[in-house]
Unconditional design. Structure first.
Length: 368
């Protein structure tokens, strides 16, 4: 099938340091046709009052050029994964005590309970400092219990205590409005914004009874998904990523950040001279120690109880080589996409694209 066929779709990932794109054909087994990436200067992109469309547009033009694509209108659908620095995902739980536990829940009460859940979630999230401009995006139910028993829906059951756990997704800093405006300006066909937690949830379910950790480490944010027995239990964010390491390298080597980023990439991809590699390793080891302290302080993870660890994102090499505690080295696994997608070996070996590949892998299940 030609790349420009209007039966094909394209997925973009607007990271905080790299924009990535994958072209895929939604056959019975999703086929990855092409992929590309472009570095972007996000330092001022979303923090100024003026959303710098030209910065994103330049990166998108570079990607379309690499993909040999004339414009986005050549595709059937376009999907966008937005920066985790501004799109937040939290696992929350709400308990509601019913006034009449002996009466079965009807449609009207179910709707009332859903409103209560949303209101309570907003209290938990938006009451925190700095959340004045946060915008609710989506709730995805993980589990519902009535008096401790798991149910598929609330309607038709009686009981006193209703407990619902869910993923609550919201945006901050007016980011979503600006991102949507940019996407519209690019004439993207049938655009849809996606949330990675939807696809991580499917992936954790497929890993069954095992306890698993998915680490998505980008330029500014490292997001950690914790799953047990096929259930997503917790989503945590750390304000650490590849950009912090680049800044540390630039300061240590007394060079510009752009040059430091290039050296860092060469270190992981092709290698450098022995002397320079030694200096870089020292900086990375120190960064790994700081990272480990942050995880211990902010996230309660008993690594000995974890069966598998999966690593995504542009900062994946650092996570594998300089952060991962010794007790999980033999638990780090590659994601097996063989059952869901067909792709070149090159992209299947590149963790940088794994978040988009997860989306392609579960595209049919999530009806995209």
């Amino acid at each position: 099938m030609p790349l420009f066929s209007q039966k094909n779709n394209i997925v973009f990932d607007f990271g905080t340091g790299i924009m990535k794109a994958v072209v895929f054909a939604p056959y019975q087994k999703t086929e990855i046709l092409k992929f590309a990436k472009s570095h972007i200067g996000f330092e001022t992109l979303f923090k100024s009052n003026h959303f710098q469309n030209d910065v994103l547009a330049d990166s998108m033009r570079n990607i379309l050029k690499d993909l040999q694509i004339r414009n986005l209108s050549d595709f059937r659908k376009s999907y966008f994964l937005l920066s985790p620095e501004y799109i937040k995902e939290k696992v929350l739980s709400v308990k509601i005590i019913r006034d009449n536990p002996s009466i079965k829940i009807n449609s009207q009460e179910e709707e009332k309970i859903n409103k209560q859940i949303n209101q309570e979630a907003q209290k938990q999230v938006f009451s925190k400092k700095g959340m004045d401009d946060a915008q609710f995006l989506k709730i995805r139910i993980l589990e519902m219990r009535i008096d401790g028993y798991t149910v598929d829906c609330l309607k038709g059951f009686n009981g006193k205590e209703v407990e619902v756990s869910f993923v609550y997704i919201f945006s901050i800093n007016d980011y979503l409005k600006k991102a949507k405006s940019f996407i519209e300006s690019q004439c993207a066909p049938n655009p849809k914004i996606l949330f990675l937690s939807d696809f991580i949830l499917d992936f954790i379910k497929d890993n069954g009874k095992e306890s698993s950790i998915v680490i998505d480490s980008g330029d500014k944010i490292t997001r950690i998904y914790q799953g047990v027995a096929g259930k997503l239990l917790k989503i945590s964010d750390l304000s650490l990523g590849g950009n912090k390491i680049t800044k540390d390298l630039a300061m240590h080597l007394n060079i510009k950040e752009e040059e430091a980023r290039t050296i860092k990439e060469k270190f992981f991809e092709t290698g450098l001279s022995e002397n320079l590699s030694g200096e870089i390793k020292n900086v990375l080891k120190n960064a790994g120690k700081i990272f480990e302290i942050e995880v211990k302080d902010k996230i309660a993870i008993d690594w000995q109880k974890i069966s598998k660890v999966f690593i995504l994102g542009g900062n994946n090499h650092f996570i594998k080589d300089f952060f991962a505690p010794e007790e999980i080295n033999d638990k780090i696994c590659k994601i097996d996409f063989n059952n869901g997608i067909e792709a070149q070996k090159e992209i299947l070996l590149e963790n940088l694209y794994y978040n988009i590949l997860l989306i392609c892998n579960y595209a049919k299940k999530e009806s995209i």
